[in-house]
Ligand binder design. Sequence first.
Ligand code: OGA
Ligand code: MN
Length: 231
Amino acid sequence: MFTYLKCGEDSYLCRTLIEFMPNELFEQLDFVENPLFESIIEDLINQQYSVVDHFFSDKEVSLLRHSLLAKYDSDRFKKSAIGSRTQEEIDKTIRGDFIFWIDENRQGEAEQAFFTKINEFVQYLNTTCFTGILEKEFHYAVYPVGTFYKRHLDTFQNDDRRKLSLVCYLNEENWPKENGGELTIYTNVGEIDILPLPGRVVIFESQFLEHEVKRVQASKRLSITGWLKTR
Ligand code: OGA
Ligand code: MN
């Protein structure tokens, strides 16, 4: 059972209700405790972010990387924009990545496996944390050498439906520090640099956690990035 019961101060997640829930009701919750998901939830409530190195299997990560590269090599990526998608604006001085939006209903084997896991996680969150996540959006991203994404929040001024941001890095080999491209997050206890290691997943509170992608110094930085949203 849950080992802690609390709401994060600056966290979208909340488990307080469970404390007051009668046992009969609690037992009706349709879920099997998942230690990986529990550790992510605990991190999110306590520190607004979680870094997990084995959310997806090596095979799943490698399939996603190949699918990304096939699409990138056939020129299906577009220069990223800033602001909500109805209010696009291209500005290389803020962000320089190239992206490909993934349609959950029209995709291949790699993306299918990806969404199966994501949906499992969403269902777990909705069941145990009352998150009400009903929508999601994901894109592949490529940051060529010299590109970056300046410090920002993932929510837009006129749209706060994004609740959790999720990035999975798809880089080929171990990513040395000299390659740059760190994800820097700005927490209450200071800046934390996270290297985009292959298969590494970072999940954070879209509304509360400012972050940036440092300049890529060498190689191409590959990822799949997205948001879990309320309606
Ligand atoms: C973004 C973003 C972080 C990363 O796409 O909004 O902040 O590490 N990405 O790629
Ligand atoms: Mn971001």
